[in-house]
Design a protein around this ligand. Structure first.
Ligand SMILES: *Cc1c(COP(=O)(O)O)cnc(C)c1O
Length: 462
């Protein structure tokens, strides 16, 4: 295939994409789950000889769409969204067309400089004070790992990078049980160890209890261990819990510990000033992660990490071998030194297109609609006597269950097998509950209304 043929097939792909999105409402949201069904359609080995694009295309149409879970479906209420606005998709096409690798400023100045400007735009849009720098990662998991590695090295006086961890003091991290498993993974991968991630008890509002945090840190110091940092939760994945950010940061500061805030999902809502009370005090954090690829709508993948002072992270992650030396270091930023991978995609382009195509006003309106529609759906479910609302809406996320765990599981399976809407489970306070999350860019009030009508139908009330 050459670039002339690519042009022809790209146009066909654009037509296909338009039809695909226009037809989403008619498809079941979740793929049918038959393990091995797709692999069975593919030959056992790669072809020895070139194949015609027409044949490859035909196989794509025959095999792939029917076996996808449709994340851009307007009735996707599972997990959290991975929205992709059309403008951000267009930018991804252009980024794909150029196919640059932006590890250094000089390997594509536009990629680095647009990324710097997008970080500034977003910090302002979220109401953060001036002075935050930042970078774009592939995922919140990587951003949190970067923050935890930086905590480790700050606590060890940058000794671990060279000497490794054997013989070092035992390091301790603190988070609540409401934080995402990416924090556990960061504790594992950083060599700190999951057993040294202290799950600080939460209060009745599901916030980390600041006094329990202080007590845990003091107990660890008394045991001769070395506290390294605190990870706070601003919008937990399970039920949307928020730590009391200001109070917990005050404790961490008093103990001289750095703080990373995980707002991967809820950070997007902070473009609306009325929601910022939920993370009040965040401006004192050292590091904050949020995923524009979730609720905000910039195509996956795009995870923004804000840093009050990037120097400790650069000292932890940056390496400058001779073959990456760049002239004029003082005026430029080489973003590979801020992140785990060396190579970098041009992710800022889709943010630039997306933020301009919607405007902050458009994005605020979308998020406000979702929060209001989730509240409506919650009230309609509350009215069913078989249903118990287990956690009240946190922004646009709430959970419910039935009287017994078996009934809850059966209801969820029946709903998802039907495919009209898609919901996913979690556990809260030991109980199996069904999560409802409203956040699809494509959804309307009528789509969200189908949550209650679908549940009613499965309760045989239709
Ligand atoms: C989704 C999510 C993550 C993980 O995000 P990735 O970008 O997929 O790594 C972490 N924390 C929270 C709160 C999340 O909602």
């Amino acid at each position: 295939m050459n670039h002339d043929e690519l042009n022809l097939w790209s146009k066909r792909a654009a037509d296909w994409a338009q039809e695909y999105h226009a037809g989403l409402r008619a498809r079941p949201v979740r793929a049918p789950l038959r393990p091995g069904a797709v692999a069975a359609e593919l030959p056992a080995a790669a072809p020895e000889h070139p194949e015609a694009m027409a044949a490859i295309w035909a196989d794509f149409e025959r095999i792939v769409p029917a076996h996808m879970t449709h994340w851009q479906h307007p009735r996707f209420f599972a997990y959290f969204p991975a929205n992709a606005s059309p403008a951000s998709m267009l930018a991804e096409q252009l980024s794909n067309a150029i196919a640059a690798q932006g590890m250094l400023w000089q390997t594509s100045p536009a990629a680095t400089e647009i990324e710097q400007v997008m970080i500034r735009w977003l910090a302002q849009a979220l109401g953060l004070p001036g002075g935050f720098a930042g970078t774009i990662h592939d995922s919140a998991t990587t951003a949190t790992l970067s923050a935890v590695l930086t905590m480790r090295e700050t606590a060890l006086g940058w000794d671990g990078l060279d000497q490794g961890l054997s013989g070092q003091p035992r390091l301790r991290l603190y988070a609540s049980a409401e934080t995402h498993s990416s924090v556990d993974k960061a504790a594992r991968l950083s060599g700190i160890g999951q057993g040294n991630l202290v799950k600080v008890p939460t209060d009745s509002g599901l916030s980390m209890d600041p006094e329990a945090l202080a007590a845990a840190i003091r107990a660890d110091r008394a045991a001769g261990w070395r506290p390294a940092g605190v990870v706070l939760c601003a919008g937990g994945t399970s039920v949307g819990a928020f730590d009391r950010i200001a109070d917990c940061i005050a404790v961490a500061r008093g103990e001289g510990l750095p703080v990373h805030v995980d707002a991967a999902w809820a950070g997007s809502a902070m473009i609306c000033p009325e929601f910022r009370a939920l993370w009040a005090g965040v401006e004192a954090a050292d590091s904050i992660v949020f995923n524009p690829h979730k609720w905000l709508g910039a195509q996956f993948d795009c995870a923004v990490q804000f840093l009050r002072d990037p120097a400790p992270q650069i000292r932890t992650l940056g390496l400058r071998p001779a073959y990456l030396e760049t002239a004029g270091r003082e005026e430029i930023v080489d973003f590979n030194e801020w992140t785990v991978p060396l190579g970098r995609r041009f992710r800022a382009l889709k943010l630039w297109f997306h933020l301009r195509a919607y405007g902050l006003t458009g994005l605020r309106a979308m998020i406000r609609d979702h929060v209001a529609w989730a509240a409506d759906a919650c009230e309609r479910l509350r009215a069913f006597q078989e249903i118990e609302i287990v956690t009240e809406p946190s922004l646009s996320l709430f959970t419910f269950c039935m009287k017994t765990e078996a009934e809850t599981a059966a209801l969820l399976q029946a709903i998802n097998d039907e495919g009209r809407i898609y919901l996913t489970p979690t556990r809260h306070a030991g109980r199996l509950v069904i999560r409802v999350q409203v956040g699809s860019l494509a959804c309307t009030a009528a789509d969200v209304g189908e949550i209650a009508t679908t549940v009613a139908r499965h309760l045989q009330r239709a």
